[in-house]
Ligand binder design. Structure first.
Ligand code: PLP
Length: 397
């Protein structure tokens, strides 16, 4: 069965981007998912919602985030490189743009209990933060292995008043935490809102999260227009875990064919090493966490354990919007290994005085593989800051 959507940007009414998307959920969750499908566009279009969302993005998150001309990096790569500074958002990454949107939606729907899944803990921290702000009960599911390797973020969530529940099945990482969150949602469907942290999950989550994150590309347009006189860059480059920072950075450029979009996946120890998270290079079509997309799986449909040095990219799938950008060739999909990301992180720190998140360092790493013109305008989404990754950086210094 083939689903055609009108364009690359918006899914059709069933949540399909081309052949990818949809809503594959247990029957117990139909009412919740349908309630969201029927209401998310209506509620987010109201004046009340828009003004509350924009006010919090401005005064609480600190938006607009700067678009920084990286002079030293530009000299190094003989082109013009701008960094979109999502690392300067409150809580240290782009994730909070989305959790603010979804917590306002949960309030509008009358939900009193919030659940979330988290890998590196960035989405968990962003969710715990907005729940503290709104006085809502918050439960975060996190793989037991991630709880061990991301201790500072676990402490932050607890300090913010969230309950962190370990997921002890499978590889004890993000995909297992997601399974636990879905199980919780089924058991508490009436009062609970599930805040998903990326452009994944059943329709309408991918579209909803992309819309909340699209503030990133809206700001890039305005800022570039002011700096260069042209609101369109030559390139936008972003790393892809599930794909939310890339979706946000690409959003207003997806239908501008002159803008080259580059998505960067985690190659781990190398695409062919068996220790990788490069979904488009290794994946096939299947259903994971509520939607049909590309995912890494064995011939008989068992999800493959992914590997990346960055917990935020350590996920065996990508969202349906990106699967469609890949198969339609609208975006170029590259990858960076653990070692290449580390080198790029050290380079940015020394050259510009900015310590990036390991995830964002993957986007920076492909500067070594692309040939740019001197006149090109290259925007890189610096999705988060590196404080959480200091232990890994020190191990590799
Ligand atoms: C979570 C995270 C990512 C990966 O998630 P996307 O949904 O692909 O954006 C990338 N960078 C940072 C800093 C993150 O916290």
């Amino acid at each position: 069965m083939s689903h055609r959507s009108a364009n690359l940007l918006h899914p059709d009414q069933h949540g399909y981007y081309g052949d990818f998307g949809g809503a594959f959920v247990p029957e117990m969750l139909y009412p919740n998912v349908r309630e969201l499908q029927e209401n998310y566009l209506k509620i987010t279009a109201t004046k009340k919602f828009r003004s509350a969302f924009e006010k919090l993005l401005k005064d609480y998150v600190g938006r607009p985030t700067p678009l920084f001309y990286a002079e030293n990096l530009s000299r190094q790569y003989h082109t013009n490189i701008y960094l979109k500074r999502e690392d300067l958002c409150h809580t240290g990454a782009h994730k909070i743009n989305n959790t603010i949107g979804q917590v306002l939606l949960a309030e509008a729907l009358g939900k009193t209990r919030i659940i979330a899944e988290t890998g590196a803990g960035q989405h968990g921290v962003a969710t715990a933060t907005v729940c503290a702000l709104k006085g809502l009960e918050c439960v975060v599911y996190m793989g037991e292995k991630d709880i061990e390797r991301q201790a500072p973020n676990v402490a932050r969530m607890k300090m913010l008043g969230a309950k962190v529940v370990p997921a002890r099945s499978g590889s004890k990482t993000l995909k297992d935490a997601t399974n636990e969150a879905i199980r919780d949602w089924i058991n508490h469907a009436a009062d609970t809102y599930y805040i998903i942290g990326s452009v994944v999950g059943p329709h309408p989550y991918p579209d909803m999260v992309a819309r909340f994150q699209s503030v990133i590309s809206r700001e890039i347009q305005k800022q570039l227009k002011k700096i260069t006189g042209n609101e369109l860059p030559s390139y936008v480059i972003a790393c892809v875990g599930g794909g939310s920072n890339a979706a946000g950075a690409f959003y207003h450029f997806i239908e501008e064919k002159k803008v080259k979009l580059v998505a960067v996946e985690a190659a781990g120890l190398g695409i062919k090493s068996g220790m990788s998270a490069a979904t488009t290079q290794l994946g096939t079509t299947g259903i994971l966490h509520g939607s049909k997309s590309l995912l890494m799986q064995t011939a008989d449909g068992q999800v493959t354990e992914p590997h990346s040095i960055s917990a935020g990219l350590d996920y065996p799938g990508i969202g349906p919007l990106h699967a469609n950008l890949y198969t339609s060739k609208r975006a170029e999909f590259l990858s960076a290994t653990d070692g290449e990301a580390l080198a790029a992180a050290f380079n940015l720190s020394k050259k510009e005085g900015i310590i990036p998140a390991l995830e964002s360092a993957h986007a920076l790493a492909v500067l070594n593989n692309k040939k740019f013109r001197k006149s090109d305008v290259v925007v890189i989404c610096l999705s988060g800051r590196g404080d959480k990754d200091l232990a890994t950086y020190m191990d590799n210094l």
